[in-house]
Design a protein around this ligand. Structure first.
Ligand SMILES: O=C(O)CCC(=O)C(=O)O
Ligand SMILES: [Fe+2]
Length: 297
């Protein structure tokens, strides 16, 4: 078993891991870096593409793909991708109880309570930061079936790099954001019915990985509906994190997905910019969330 780089008392293991992460990003700057990996329109992935996806996931926690055609059946295509990634259980979703893959498009009335179903920008978050701890969202696939007429780009940031920024700035920031109840989400109650209980959790937590633990992050920049620990250290750590997220580090990636493109990822930090739709061809995204990390065999 390799040493744990997330152990705050093991600086050597952390340095080795952080240096390897940074080296991985140097490759992205090269001209021959394959930003989008080619896959089939039905979600099938050949061995060569699978090897590249595995490499990207190992290094960056995300991989962008381009299908060789817009899928006729995006739900099946997404599920096929998920299976190939070793992803097992799809998240139960309040808004997509029937098939557990969510179709994101602007909804006029009832859905508009949730920002994803509007054309508004979405700030930095990881998916399911409000889920109970036994249903942690550790991976997801975000797929563009049809882009907006204008806008609707995504920014992505590997949460490992946010961790590195905080730990290099002050290890006490990581310690503060690893406290078991640093972030609490009040219950979701609609018309007197509790749809979700209160959930408290750390921001940074570790999950069993391959031969060493892996990092997961639960976070949203939204002020609304999150109760943060009010101690000074946590507040400073959050300030540092907010500033980093809004900065333009070499690790931030911005991309506007075209039809048939998407991102497979270990639930990295991401945003969406606001957009405007052509009423005849509205923006359509699909989102599949899973309770385990990507594990490609
Ligand atoms: O619409 C998008 O581009 C992303 C939506 C998103 O991040 C979410 O629904 O969690
Ligand atoms: Fe999201």
């Amino acid at each position: 078993m390799a040493e744990n780089p997330f152990d705050l008392s093991n600086d050597r293991a952390y340095r080795r891991w952080a240096d390897a992460k940074r080296r991985g990003y140097d490759l992205r700057a090269r001209d021959d870096f394959p930003l989008l990996v080619e896959i089939g329109g039905d979600g099938s992935i050949d061995d060569a593409s699978l090897a590249i996806i595995r490499d990207h996931i190992d290094r960056y926690n995300f991989a962008l793909y381009r299908m060789n055609g817009v899928p006729d059946d995006p739900l099946s295509a997404l599920k096929r991708i998920g299976r190939r990634m070793g992803l097992k259980e799809l998240d139960r979703n309040l808004c997509a109880p029937e098939d557990r893959v969510t179709r994101l498009t602007v909804k006029p009335v009832e859905g508009a309570r949730y920002i994803p179903y509007t054309n508004k920008p979405i700030g930095w978050h990881t998916d399911g930061y409000y889920n109970p701890m036994r249903q942690r969202v550790l991976a997801m696939v975000l797929h563009c079936q049809q882009p907006a007429a204008e806008g609707g780009a995504n920014r992505l940031l590997d949460h490992d790099m946010a961790y590195i920024h905080l730990r290099d700035t002050d290890p006490a920031f990581v310690e503060a954001l690893s406290q078991p109840s640093v972030m609490c989400i009040p219950p979701n109650v609609v018309d007197g019915e509790q749809l979700r209980p209160q959930t408290c959790s750390p921001v940074f937590l570790t999950e069993p990985g391959g031969d060493a633990p892996a990092l997961a992050m639960r976070f949203s920049k939204r002020k609304h509906n999150i109760i943060w620990s009010d101690d000074g250290r946590t507040q400073e750590a959050l300030q540092c994190l907010f500033e980093f997220l809004e900065s333009d580090s070499p690790w931030h990636v911005e991309y506007r997905l075209n039809a048939g493109e998407g991102v497979i990822n270990n639930n990295v930090l991401h945003t969406r910019s606001g957009f405007s739709d052509d009423a005849r061809r509205p923006r359509i995204y699909y989102r599949a969330r899973y309770y385990n990390r990507i594990n490609i065999h």
